[in-house]
Write a protein that binds this ligand. Structure first.
Ligand code: GLA
Length: 734
């Protein structure tokens, strides 16, 4: 049983294939965390002790201070001076709450707040027949609020997701001022913290630093999960490597502002928290009556879910847990079961300079090369001839598409290729009909000019009228058209976060409600255009998160398509997210076949596409691209579905080396990419551990044969030190 409750000792045990998570009820009141780690490891239950200056409840003795014992969840103002997971402001203005255990429920089919594809409009881990859910219910006497701590256990993937649901059964509204989806107290501080930081064009740099006393955090205040800090992070023991050591991986199923906070306290223990935080979050929770259907605005508050995993076999196992979880429980099923199309995207080839004639020619040439889909990027709508105008006006530009979209798409399709189109629904240019008609539909502070970013403003996705307008507008433009793919972009972040549709006391809800609006519209697209797939994007990989992955079939990984930069960006994305999510394009190689080869070998680490002017490419280049697309399709299944094994990280080595393997370990796709300007030399032995010693393997790309033993012991490959050098092998068991 993945979830057990020991009635006598009042201990909950959550088990997955390789991990165990244990907490208990102390004095019928507090939830105490005991252990999270390897399933077979011995662990001791927490023993209370006394520490000066740490408050305690007199009747329970002086050893049980909420400031000291490891908490399952933590509350502001009632004796725990460490970071609180929940801060509520009650009717009397006080923020001190004291939630205590009341009851719990274990269920196989998660109910309210449990795993579903969604909870209250927020994506969460999709359950399967093995998913089990635990709700622990706590109450606070003063506010009369009831808090449900939700744990969903994904046994096979070694993942537990956590979130909260809060009911206000009091008489007056309460204000949620801080909300974290999970809080976890670990009994040591001997960890390194791994985070991914960056910027536009420079997504997902890798940082590993020792924890220090005090608070360390990564967060986004931008209304998007952001390229600056990804919500994923890990804590690992100091010696942890790819294959060895203890690693805890954390993530958040959410695409907006977030806070990942880690605090090392006076007792050298570590508190880990993942959630919406407090700076860009607040929520007024209206009272509701027990057992009665909730009225508008009085339904419970549901948080997004945090993801927790543990590996005792280094980062590699953590990565594979997160990959399996994302493929099995987050990504739309089609995104996993179907090969992703190899697209030709028009952006880097044409920018805004597109029209019907040009793109029909693109379609014809693309079909000849063997691309599956033409994606018409920005520039097709409204008065869009640059980035200053048009966003918000989702009707085709009459000069560029004289016969309308329908006849254009028909012509594209008659060339034997599928069709995709770019949209940026959340944004508006001040120079647009939409803004002229509804300036108050943009987020803006009354009486002040809002700030521009990329010449655009952000629509108020917290306003249901805006969402309704967008649905209507997209329905009019796209309804009935055979569109196979939408590229959903979002090219700026939120400031001036004032919604003209919300009362003053709800302005703190803008970031949260904005994202609910985005998810609502995304969901509508999946229902309205069921055969189309959505690639999400935010100036590249600016919303590379599990929330977006729940709706989209892949994410445009970065606007930076320089293959050397892509080498490390892809490596760090793969730390937490499977290759099936990673859209990787070959951009213009000029006439240089070697550059084309290198760009291709880098891009096949994810879902391959091209982004170049196919009309200007030489016959030689087109012939080679045609060969590449064909070749890629012989191993695409390994990239999309396979286990990822990193052999050499470009952050630490002069080259990148990794392989994908199918779950039966019969095929391997081995990639070695030299970094720019390295000296000539040799790789370390690249060990394919799953190769079977008695078997022979053929490299399907070169015809060379290798014994399983050779592969297991490790291939040593030359590093030429020359520009644009990479090796690719598709090894299949004979
Ligand atoms: C963003 C995207 C690009 C392209 C442009 C269009 O930068 O990341 O791929 O779609 O917008 O304006």
């Amino acid at each position: 049983m993945p979830i057990k409750f020991d009635k006598e000792n009042k201990i909950f045990t959550l088990t997955t294939k390789n991990t165990r998570y244990v907490f208990g009820i102390m004095d019928d009141r507090y939830l105490v965390h005991h252990f999270y780690g390897k399933k077979t490891a011995k662990y001791a239950l927490y023993k209370p002790y006394c520490v000066s200056f740490s408050p305690y409840r007199g009747e329970l003795g002086n050893t049980k201070s909420p400031d000291i014992f490891p908490q399952e969840y933590s509350f502001f103002g009632s004796g725990d001076f460490r970071a609180a997971a929940l801060k509520l402001r009650g009717e009397n203005g006080c923020c001190a709450t004291d939630f205590t255990y009341k009851s719990h429920r274990i269920s196989s089919v998660p109910k309210s707040g449990g795993a579903g594809a969604e909870i209250a409009g927020i994506p969460c881990g999709r359950p399967d027949e093995n998913t089990r859910s635990l709700s622990v219910i706590l109450t606070d006497e003063t506010t009369m609020c009831e808090l449900h701590l939700i744990y969903n256990v994904f046994y096979e993937e070694d993942v537990i997701t956590r979130g909260i649901v809060l009911y206000n059964y009091g008489k007056a509204p309460v204000k949620i001022e801080k909300c974290m989806s999970a809080s976890l107290d670990l009994p040591s501080c001997d960890y390194d913290m791994v985070t991914l930081w960056g910027g536009h064009y420079d997504e997902r740099n890798y940082q590993r630093a020792p924890l220090h006393h005090g608070t360390q955090s990564v967060c986004s205040r931008r209304g998007a999960s952001s390229p600056q800090y990804n919500p994923f992070f890990a804590l690992c023991d100091k010696k942890a490597t790819e294959d060895k050591g203890e690693v805890y991986g954390f993530n958040f199923i959410w695409s907006g502002s977030f806070l990942d906070e880690v605090e090392v306290d006076q007792t050298e223990c570590t508190r880990v928290q993942i959630g919406l935080g407090e700076e860009n979050f607040g929520y007024l929770l209206e009272p509701t009556k027990k057992g009665k259907p909730a009225k508008k605005d009085s339904s419970p508050f549901c948080s997004p879910h945090a993801v927790l995993t543990y590996s005792d076999r280094g980062f590699g196992k953590m990565t594979r847990n997160l990959h399996d979880f994302t493929r099995n429980h987050i990504l739309p099923e089609r995104a996993v079961s179907e090969p992703h199309p190899v697209v030709l995207n028009t952006w880097e080839a044409c920018y805004f300079n597109i029209d019907e004639e040009k793109l029909v020619n693109f379609a014809g040439e693309s079909a000849k090369v063997g691309f599956d889909m033409l994606v018409m990027d920005d520039g097709w709508f409204g008065a869009r001839s640059g980035d200053r105008a048009g966003l918000g006006d989702w009707t085709p530009n009459k000069q560029k598409f004289k016969n309308g979209l329908g006849s254009f798409i028909e012509k594209v399709k008659s060339k034997g290729i599928r069709f995709g189109i770019w949209i940026e629904p959340e944004m508006v240019n001040p120079d647009s009909d939409l803004y002229r008609a509804h300036p108050d539909w943009a987020l803006s502070v009354p009486g002040r000019q809002p700030l521009l970013s990329r010449e655009q403003l952000v629509l108020d996705m917290a306003n249901p009228e805006v969402i309704a307008y967008l649905k209507d507008s997209f329905k009019k433009t796209f309804g009935g058209l055979p569109i196979d793919y939408f590229k959903w972009d979002a090219n700026r972040h939120i400031c001036d976060a004032f919604s003209h549709a919300l009362p003053p006391e709800r302005q703190d809800e803008v970031h949260f409600r904005y994202m609910l609006g985005v998810y609502d519209l995304l969901r509508w697209f999946t229902v309205e255009f069921p055969s189309a797939q959505i690639e999400t994007c935010s100036g590249g990989g600016g919303r590379y998160d599990l929330g977006m992955m729940a709706f989209g079939f892949q994410i445009w990984a970065s606007d930076n398509t320089w293959p050397y930069s892509r080498t490390w960006m892809q490596r760090s994305a793969l730390l937490a997210y499977p290759a099936a999510t990673m859209s990787c394009h070959v951009s213009n190689p000029g006439d240089d076949l070697r550059a084309l080869d290198f760009r291709y070998k880098v891009a096949v680490g994810g879902m391959l596409g091209y982004e170049l002017n196919v009309l200007r490419m030489s016959e030689e280049i087109k012939k080679e691209m045609a060969r590449q697309v064909k070749e890629y399709k012989t191993f695409e299944h390994l990239v999309r579905l396979g286990d990822y094994r990193n052999l050499a990280s470009p952050f630490l080595c002069p080259y990148s080396a990794y392989y994908y393997t199918d779950k039966e370990n019969k095929e391997f796709l081995l990639s070695v990419i030299e970094k720019e300007g390295i000296p000539a030399g040799r790789t370390k032995p690249l060990k394919i551990r799953e190769a079977k010693p008695g078997k022979t393997y053929v490299d399907m790309l070169s015809g060379s044969r290798y014994s399983g033993k050779e592969l297991k012991d490790g291939l040593v490959l030359p590093l030429t030190g020359e520009k644009f050098t990479a090796a690719l092998m598709h090894l299949a068991e004979e």
